[in-house]
Design a protein around this ligand. Structure first.
Ligand SMILES: Cc1ncc(COP(=O)(O)O)c(C=O)c1O
Length: 399
């Protein structure tokens, strides 16, 4: 049955809890970096489902892998071994330099796991460490723990009281972390590039201060690489680029290239403090999720996709500088690889519908920032076409 956008919207309007403000189109098909709506209109996707669809749509290798897996075995629960969790954990630990992986189903769950593992670490050591340090402009997810270290009041206030003991610091002042950390700090949690906060890369100076604060007091470092990780910046993880030395790392989004999967990676010191029964989830690391993530990693490393993102990133840089030179409303362009922010001198909300009219999908975050998170597989020509449409949309909103 084909449904038109109005039918789809009406049905949802009656039955789906209205927690999302959706754009008035319904996406029904994708091919490469292009999406098609229920009315047959085509869009270049510069957002990949908020940083998820790294391999674009209809990717041959991913489609084959998950089809084969669906025909063989989808799920076992964590009561049994299956062949893929160990393989995926080996690949991720090898890429990150951390020791072990715990699998879950989303970014917020990955952060939740990291927070619990940090608490558990200090509990095992018999030390009371009630404090967590988090950053202003942070976003770590919507469950209670992850929300407690997410800075935006709009997300937090209706759900208070949240987890106590969180101290907030500014990422623009390296000294702030040294001043804030104490012998009561369990962990410092941070995104190497703050995504929702406006695509703000942390500086190497800030990362160095975090490392120093951790060495001084033993506070664990949790790198939330949910958005910046798994190849999006042209590197496996952006922590390494800025010199951050995490003990725990949260992954999600691009990891499954569209199949929901998250992971918490931990160092050997942390791993030895976690006991059987400390944490768990029914779906976590099931065969379908692991197969998709293994496919992404094969493409990144064996298939040359990581170097492709590096090259596209350089091209992206040049094109965004050109766009900035052309539009007086652009005050800054930031980011790395295929994770980019274009800051405007005004609220950027109008760019989303204007983009849709011009056939390009982008996102607005932190009020005045246009966020671009295209699929990793995007070519120079496709990026140019998408940015040309964005250029027109920028013209429309400033005319
Ligand atoms: C840095 C970061 N952490 C965590 C999350 C939460 O991930 P999820 O929406 O999969 O729960 C997000 C999602 O936007 C994110 O950008």
């Amino acid at each position: 049955m084909t449904m038109v956008a109005d039918d789809i919207q009406n049905l949802e309007g009656r039955h789906v809890l209205q927690t999302y403000r959706r754009q008035p189109i319904a996406l029904v098909r994708g091919q490469g970096v292009r999406l098609f709506d229920s009315e047959g209109r085509e869009y270049i996707d510069l957002l990949s489902g908020i940083g998820v669809s790294a391999l674009g749509y209809g990717h041959e290798g991913l489609t084959r892998a998950i089809t084969e897996q669906a025909q063989t075995l989808l799920h076992t629960s964590n009561l049994f071994y299956h062949p893929l969790q160990g393989q995926l954990a080996a690949r991720l630990t090898n890429l990150s330099g951390l020791e072990r992986a715990f699998f879950c189903n989303s970014g917020t769950e990955a952060n939740e796991a990291c927070l619990k593992f940090a608490r558990r670490y200090w509990h095992t050591l018999g030390e009371a460490r009630p404090e967590i340090i988090a950053l202003e402009e942070s976003f770590h997810g919507r469950t209670m723990g992850a929300l407690s270290v997410t800075s935006d009041e709009h997300y937090r206030t209706p759900f208070e009281p949240l987890m106590p003991g969180v101290k907030w610091i500014s990422a623009s002042k390296p000294q702030a972390v040294l001043d804030a950390v104490t012998n009561k700090t369990a962990a410092i949690i941070l995104e190497p590039i703050q995504g929702e906060g406006g695509v703000r890369p942390l500086t190497p100076a800030f990362a160095a201060a975090v490392n120093e604060a951790s060495q001084r007091t033993g506070a664990l470092i949790i790198a939330d690489e949910v958005q910046s990780g798994c190849g999006r910046t042209g590197y496996p993880f952006y922590s390494a680029v800025i010199g951050l030395k995490p003990h725990l790392m949260a992954l999600g989004k691009a990891l499954g290239a569209g199949v929901p999967v998250g992971a918490a990676l931990v160092s050997s010191e942390v791993a030895t403090k976690i006991m059987a029964g400390d944490h768990g989830t029914t779906y976590g690391g099931n065969l379908l999720a692991c197969r998709a993530a293994l496919c992404l990693i094969d493409e990144l490393i064996g298939g040359g996709l990581l170097s492709h993102v590096g090259r596209i990133g350089q091209h992206f840089d040049r094109k965004l500088q050109e766009l900035k030179a052309k539009h007086a409303c652009i005050t800054d362009v930031r980011g790395a690889g295929v994770m980019r922010g274009i800051e405007l001198d005004r609220d950027a909300a109008a760019i989303v519908p204007a983009g849709l009219k011009r056939g390009v999908i982008v996102n607005r975050t932190a009020e005045n920032v246009i966020r671009l998170l295209p699929p990793f597989v995007i070519t120079e020509a496709e990026l140019d076409e998408g940015l040309a449409r964005l250029d027109q949309a920028l013209g429309d909103i400033t005319a």
